[in-house]
Design a protein around this ligand. Structure first.
Ligand SMILES: NC(=O)c1ccc[n+]([C@@H]2O[C@H](COP(=O)([O-])OP(=O)(O)OC[C@H]3O[C@@H](n4cnc5c(N)ncnc54)[C@H](OP(=O)(O)O)[C@@H]3O)[C@@H](O)[C@H]2O)c1
Length: 323
């Protein structure tokens, strides 16, 4: 099968398309023919081994897993003897962790894999899971409900576009902050108010919120503190410079009445099933910026690394759109 492989850490051009052996599913696995996948910030971090500590999980000198790709949508090609939830021919979406930048990948059926909602393309389905599952991990720390207010900074990213929709689903009052070019998009995702950060500094307008969620790792608790209500929560997606965020998490548990929290996603299967229900109810959609063919993975990766993408960047592996 065709796959994007890398055997050393480095810049995007360490990625190359190669013919490799097609994986064979174990008893509890399904073999998925991948129609679409994404390039996300985690793929980029693993490939470049940034932060360095990621090497302790992915291989100290060289990557142990040679094929990246976390998210996918495709068709079940074969199932292991013990698989009961999926059948050959089912259309699925989910998170494989590694290996989705290829024509086929094996996933255990108890991993985050679900049937693809009808009427959705494989490209749309491939971009559903990662940003939304990270956003869920963060928002669950915020006790969102009717009457609670949240400001989402970086609302145009993969996590941000998901967070706006999910915070609205949890009935919170949502203020979203993004660049001029994304104001309309973010409003269309359900934000009650949108602030253009090139025109207005939300930390200086006197408004306060129960929760501030920095979904792109570009703000700081120090600068946002006065914009939090008493008892307010500041949520981060990143460990921050010199890993100061986990330290702030510990310190603010003991000092002051405002808390810092860090969202750590575990990618449970329940989250993918939850997202599938939201999509079927018309309450969630993945935002796609660009689609590239698999062979253009280096260009796609360079674009993701600009940190300027809007929503998600998709790789199409086959030409079948699957609606
Ligand atoms: N916790 C985890 O497991 C985990 C996993 C993956 C990623 N992350 C982290 O989560 C963060 C977001 O990831 P992502 O994939 O959602 O990012 P992303 O999609 O690459 O974010 C890109 C968006 O960020 C916006 N942006 C860039 N600079 C900005 C700034 N200074 N102020 C406001 N918006 C800005 C850009 O819009 P404009 O340029 O138009 O403003 C663009 O729409 C990253 O910091 C990443 O490291 C965490």
């Amino acid at each position: 099968m065709r796959a994007v492989v890398y055997d050393r850490y480095g810049a995007p051009d360490v990625l190359r398309l190669e013919d490799v052996e097609r994986p064979v599913p174990k008893d509890d696995e399904v073999l998925v023919k991948v129609h679409a996948t994404t390039v996300n910030r985690t793929d980029c971090g693993l490939r470049s081994a940034d932060p360095f500590i990621s090497r302790f999980f992915t291989g100290l000198r060289r990557p142990k897993q040679k094929i990246l790709g976390m998210e996918l949508a495709g068709e079940v090609e074969a199932v292991g003897a013990a698989v009961s939830q999926f059948e050959v021919g089912d259309h699925v979406l989910g998170v494989s962790g590694f290996g989705a930048h290829a024509e086929f990948v094996c996933i255990r059926e108890d991993r985050p894999l679900a049937h693809k909602p009808a009427g959705m393309t494989f490209e749309e389905a491939a971009a559903v899971c990662d940003g939304a599952i990270i956003a869920l991990a963060c928002l669950r720390r915020a006790d969102l409900r009717k009457g609670r207010s949240i400001l989402i900074y970086g609302a145009s990213g993969s996590i941000g576009t998901a967070a706006v929709q999910l915070a609205k689903y949890f009935d919170a009052d949502v203020t979203a902050v993004c660049n001029t070019k994304n104001l309309e998009l973010v409003r269309s995702l359900g934000a009650d108010r949108v602030i253009d950060y090139t025109q207005e500094d939300f930390t200086k307008n006197g408004e306060t919120y129960d929760v501030i969620f920095d979904s792109v790792g570009k703000h700081s608790f120090r600068r946002c503190r006065r914009s939090l209500k008493p008892g307010g929560i500041y949520i981060e997606t990143d460990l921050g410079f010199l890993w100061h965020v986990p330290i702030l998490v510990l310190l603010t548990r003991r000092i002051g009445d405002k808390r810092v929290k860090l969202g750590i996603p575990r990618y449970p299967k329940e989250d993918v099933l939850f997202l599938k229900e939201l999509i079927e109810a018309g309450k969630y959609r993945a935002v796609i910026d660009r689609c590239y063919p698999l062979e253009d993975v280096v260009d796609a990766t360079r674009y993701v690394e600009t940190a300027q993408k809007t929503g998600n960047v998709v790789l199409t592996v086959t030409g079948d759109h699957g609606t």
